[in-house]
Ligand binder design. Structure first.
Ligand code: EPZ
Length: 456
């Protein structure tokens, strides 16, 4: 991507650039050893699904350990647009969905947050009909929702897409969904969550086969069960739900974010620093710990909720992303940053999303040796990375660039921080407390630069 500053000569560029808002950047000075402990926040991908799940409840709900993230804020806006009353106090959300109407989640909000589509199951189960904007694709893929739709149709809903809106309604059975046996073509996390939530208020039994097994699915099932839902088998590939008439209030803590924890373990490994991550569930990190061990990095349990990374010389290994309990796609970019400094050649294969290798170009700007072939990246270790201005293309790519910047010689400037802020709570503060040298600065707009130069 060309640096717009280079084209300052022509007026057109100025007029275009001048309207841009000043966007913050992260300046990172690499090769600082890290030390100490980082407390991991609540899981983004659990919080978002469970927030949608509160729409199932005819009472008030309290969620705790909710991370403070841009995506959570977007979901709060979407739920509020549906008539939900939400009070946020730190990591506590008090949610009152007693008076949700037939209003729609506005497209401009849904388009910013794909996870907002998860509201379709609960709304259909609670109200008997709903209209939800069809979420578009994003940087990592087209992200279709056909498995969600087929699941809702199997539960007796009439679902059709018109002008970019998904219309769903239940005919008969007093507007209630009816339990069914549903086989998922792919163990989609979102589709499993949509169907499981919808089935909690359906008439009769629903069995989801080839279900996703991620820890966030278990957390959502635990949340629904805490409201009185009857669910068993979450965390396996077969989930059984017996519908009930109503779900009651609950006070529920969100699990720790295994991807944030994995990101910090890799940050310790790449800077050869012995750090600990606390408030974690070690079992959720088994694939990440196994792969770290393969590259020469030990991870030990200091306590049932605290892991310590013990760095070592990095040697190459191969990574293939798979549905849980396989290696998580959400850790692929961060692990690739680590492999750029591992001795030998590693093959990273992304099988979950069709366009989740865009961080390769940016890592190469920092001196990484990576060759792309279809959905494979062949990473040949180099002795060092060099700091450079880089552009984040998606959430986990932004984390990978921060990790690479921590290890690189010199200064790295990471742009596109809106991606990072979607999924990492106070990441700069957490890294600064560990001894990293980085800070967020707001780039002046071109206008501000020109005004300064005119004054001078
Ligand atoms: C969830 O996305 C997570 N997001 C993603 O985390 C995560 O990468 C993904 O699961 C896989 O673990 C949230 O939970 C909010 P999928 P989701 O449905 O539910 C295809 C992050 O970085 N598919 O399991 O959208 C789909 O195209 C984010 O935190 C269909 O074809 O993931 C993809 O190729 C990124 N049809 C594959 O399945 C469908 O109806 C996996 O998608 C649904 C999915």
């Amino acid at each position: 991507m060309e640096d717009p500053a280079i084209n300052l000569s022509s007026k057109t560029d100025l007029s275009v650039l001048a309207t841009e808002e000043s966007s913050p950047i992260l300046e990172i000075w690499g090769k600082q050893p890290l030390k100490g402990d980082v407390k991991i926040s609540g899981a983004k991908n659990s919080a978002l699904a469970i927030m949608a799940g509160t729409l199932l409840c005819s009472d008030e709900c309290r969620l705790t350990n909710v991370p403070s993230l841009a995506d959570v804020n977007s979901m709060i806006k979407i739920l509020s647009a549906l008539g939900v009353k939400i009070k946020q106090d730190g990591d506590i959300l008090d949610i009152d969905g007693r008076n949700i109407g037939h209003s729609q989640a506005p497209y401009e909000l849904v388009s910013q947050l794909r996870a907002s589509f998860f509201v379709i199951g609960p709304l259909l189960a609670r109200l008997g009909s709903t209209i939800v904007p069809l979420p578009g694709g994003c940087a990592i893929g087209t992200r279709p929702v056909d498995i969600h739709v087929r699941g809702l149709q199997a539960l007796g809903a009439d679902v059709h897409i018109e002008h970019g809106m998904v219309h769903a309604s239940v005919k008969g059975y007093q507007g209630r969904l009816k339990g069914a046996k549903i086989y998922l073509d792919y163990p989609s996390v979102g589709a499993t969550e949509t169907i499981m939530m919808a089935a909690t208020l359906a008439i009769g039994e629903t069995v989801i086969e080839n279900a996703a097994q991620e820890p966030e699915i278990i957390d959502l099932a635990d949340f629904c069960r805490s409201m009185g839902a009857k669910i068993r088998g979450a965390g396996t590939n077969t989930i059984t739900i017996i519908g009930v008439d109503r779900l009651h209030s609950t006070d529920f803590p969100i699990i720790a974010d295994r991807i944030e924890a994995g990101t910090f373990l890799v940050a310790g490994a790449i800077t050869y620093s012995e750090i600990t991550v606390s408030n974690v569930v070690p079992d959720h990190l088994i694939p990440i710990i196994a792969k770290l061990k393969e590259v020469g990095v030990k991870v030990v349990e200091d306590s049932p909720s605290c892991l310590r990374v013990i760095p070592g010389e990095l040697t190459a290994t191969d990574i293939t992303t798979l549905p849980y309990p396989g290696f998580p796609t959400d850790m692929q970019a961060q692990f690739m940053a680590l492999l750029t400094l591992a001795q030998g050649s590693s093959i990273v294969t992304e099988t979950v999303f069709e366009n989740r290798l865009r961080h390769v170009a940016e890592l190469k700007r920092m001196g990484a040796h990576i060759r792309l072939k279809d959905n494979h990246a062949i990473v040949t270790g180099v002795p060092f990375l060099s700091g450079a201005p880089v552009m984040a293309t998606d959430l986990r790519a932004s984390a990978a660039l921060v990790i690479a910047g921590l290890a690189a010689q010199g200064k790295t400037i990471v742009q596109g921080l809106h991606h990072l802020d979607r999924g990492y709570e106070n990441i700069e503060t957490k890294l600064q407390k560990l001894g990293a040298k980085l800070h967020r600065v707001t780039q002046p707009t071109v206008e501000q630069i020109l005004q300064t130069s005119v004054c001078v």
